[in-house]
Design a binder for this molecule. Structure first.
Ligand code: CA
Length: 644
């Protein structure tokens, strides 16, 4: 049987003896450059300097000195910014060459760290650069740097396609036709408020010196505090990727977007990592029999319950927020990270940048059991109520209720012929706040409402799987477009933060493939031609986004948000009507949903009701039209009305 007792690395005695808060890493100044590495079990540490980040070279060795708490350090004369380095760490007679876990820059494929004066990496205007002010609603759009602009139809110049600088290219149009905006300009018209980037830290699955045709999502960290090199125009020079990522964030900010980083502090590319090689055994979870814990499903689990590991994660998050001006963090497999650490991260970001200024949320689950001592509470669904309200969690309950269980290709939900009830719909609308169930939160501030993300089928493919027998993903299909609009209109009436995978708004297909983490670019890249072929669906999302920004009832993330629902009715099978209090232009909102296959005419409460959206058009609110007495509710559609 696999068991996990508290071992010495988990104990408070160990932390008392070896925990340190001294700065770790390499620090150049005009006079000298200081190096510091935490390696308490090492018998010797040799600093090795190189001129280049990748060329074969005999390193210049410098012995380091052991100080308090197991910190090895050394000061060398002069500003060594631009010099590459590794450490030769000897533990129990075994010497390993490793990069610095605290490296801020690195050469090709992250094998050698680089000393860097970060001031030299700042684009013009960086000191004054700021995110756009906090939006009235968080509408998060999930993008992968490479797949966003790699399509030759994107209109982005060849040298920048798939790069940091391609993601923020402006003035691009479909094949350069001068008419149909693509990439960042397209997103400005769409109206999303946040871009969430799939991993941009240095990951290991793409050879930075190899073919441009390689693709990987990047959930395989090598250097936690260094940007990925393959998205830069020159992965050989450690400064270029830093400058270009900053330039990208600066440009996105200037164009009205906040930027969220996907962080993977739950596992590394392999256990042969800088963490293991500087302090064997400390940074990874193991069972008592010596077996590595694998709750990530990726071969190893980071031991984030240990104090110096928690410090490492804290330092890393604060570094990205401070140095790169990131506006939020999405924690991959947050269910492997202690509640205590997530709450500390929330508080530290609030203290440093202002309350709620940075978003924090994650996946409240893990792939399998993990080896932690019994007294460690993990940030999973069972512990949502122990997390601060400002630590959000992806809501699988809404996702699966609307379109069917995520793991079954054909399972059905509200919109595609599955079970439906007005009460369940109301739970989704409340963002599962104060609702009893497996997913249950304190306030909708915690809820990340979504239908699709990079994981699993795209919404379009999922709808095709459950509705079309022939599994034709590519052909335009009016029935599926209608269902997609219904799904989106329900999602946009849910309290909480909204999230969707890039391309959901144009019926993005990955040709029915569930997991595309290393599928070719032909499967993964955003198809900008399809975006314009389905521009009617894009327009529907655009209208929902613009309307959402004006409706306090849905934006409310307070403890009282759930009380805005005044009535929930189910007038006829497969229909629901929900009335809510609002303020501003409309004092009351009335949502009608018909998931069935028959049209209905339903009575309206007293008053003049303005049509805000219906199943065909989400911009009805632009041209005031009023209804009274009854409403015609076509099959597979939702209608939102507002009373002044
Ligand atoms: Ca890399």
């Amino acid at each position: 049987m696999k068991t996990k007792q508290e071992n010495r690395f988990d104990s408070s005695e160990f932390a008392k003896k070896f925990h340190t808060d001294v700065p770790l890493g390499s620090f150049p100044s005009d006079q000298e450059t200081r190096f510091a590495l935490w390696a308490p079990t090492a018998k010797s540490v040799i600093l090795q300097l190189y001129r280049s980040g990748n060329e074969p070279e005999v390193a210049k060795p410098y012995a380091m000195e052991r100080g308090e708490k197991g910190v090895w350090s050394l000061c060398l004369p002069g500003n060594l910014s631009g010099v590459y380095y590794t450490y030769a760490v000897t533990v129990r007679g075994v010497t390993t060459i490793t990069q610095d876990p605290y490296a801020k820059a690195a050469g090709l494929n992250g094998r050698r760290s680089m000393v860097i004066d970060l001031n030299t990496t700042n684009p013009k205007g960086w000191a004054e650069e700021k995110a756009p002010s906090k939006p009235s609603e968080n509408i998060i759009y999930e993008v992968h740097v490479k797949d966003f602009s790699y399509d030759p139809n994107s209109g982005v110049e060849d040298a920048l396609r798939g790069k940091y600088l391609g993601l923020c290219a402006s003035g691009t149009t479909l094949n350069g036709d001068g008419i149909h905006s693509t990439c960042m300009d397209y997103l400005k018209k769409l109206g999303v408020t946040h871009l969430e980037l799939l991993p941009v830290y240095d990951f290991g699955s793409v050879d930075e010196g190899g073919s441009d045709a390689q693709f990987n999502w990047g959930y395989d960290p090598i250097n936690y505090n260094v940007p990925e090199g393959s998205y830069s125009t020159n992965p050989y020079d450690g400064a270029v990727r830093i400058r270009e990522l900053k330039q990208m964030i600066q440009t996105l900010h200037a164009n009205g977007f906040r930027v969220i980083m996907d962080v993977v502090y739950n596992h590394t590319y392999s256990v042969d990592s800088c963490l293991e090689n500087t302090f064997p055994g400390y940074f990874y979870r193991k069972y008592d029999n010596g077996e590595l814990s694998n709750g990530s499903g990726c071969g190893n689990d980071i031991a984030s319950q240990r104090s110096m590991c928690a410090r490492y994660i804290m330092d890393s998050v604060l570094y990205w927020a401070e140095e790169y001006h990131f506006d939020g963090f999405r924690f991959d497999l947050m269910g492997l990270i202690p509640v205590e650490l997530m709450n500390q991260l929330r508080n530290a970001l609030d203290d440093r940048f202002g309350k709620g200024e940075k978003l924090v949320f994650g996946e409240p689950w893990r792939a399998a059991d993990t080896a932690v001592p019994e007294n460690v509470n993990l940030a999973d669904k069972a512990n949502l109520k122990n997390l601060l309200n400002g630590v959000g969690a992806f809501c699988d309950a809404t996702r699966d209720a609307i379109k069917g269980n995520v793991f079954e290709s054909c399972a059905r939900g509200f919109v595609n012929g599955g079970a439906f009830s007005a009460q369940e719909l109301a739970n989704c609308i409340r963002g599962w706040a104060k609702v009893s169930g497996e997913y249950s939160v304190n306030t909708p501030e915690q809820t990340i409402c979504y239908l699709s993300s990079h994981d699993d089928w795209t919404l379009w493919d999922r709808l095709v799987n459950s509705v079309r027998k022939d599994k034709d993903y590519q052909t335009r299909d009016n029935a599926i477009l209608k269902i997609n609009r219904l799904a989106a209109s329900i999602l946009f009436c849910c309290q909480g933060n909204l999230f969707f995978l890039s391309g959901e708004e144009f019926g993005r297909t990955k040709y029915g493939i569930q997991n595309t983490y290393c599928a070719p670019l032909s499967v993964n890249q955003i198809d900008w031609k399809r975006a314009w072929e389905n521009s009617d669906l894009v327009s529907y999302y655009r209208g929902l986004i613009a309307l959402r920004k004006q409706l306090p009832a849905f934006q409310d993330k307070s403890h009282h948000a759930a009380e805005r629902i005044c009535t929930i009715g189910e007038p006829i099978e497969n229909t629901a009507v929900v009335e809510m209090t609002n303020e501003g232009t409309w004092e009351h909102l009335l949502l009608f949903v018909n998931v069935g296959n028959q049209d209905h005419t339903l009575p309206l409460p007293e008053g003049n009701w303005q049509l805000l959206f219906d199943g065909e058009d989400s911009f009805r609110w632009l041209n005031p039209e009023f209804l009274s007495e009854n409403v015609f509710l076509p099959r597979k559609s939702a209608i939102l009305l507002g009373k002044q």
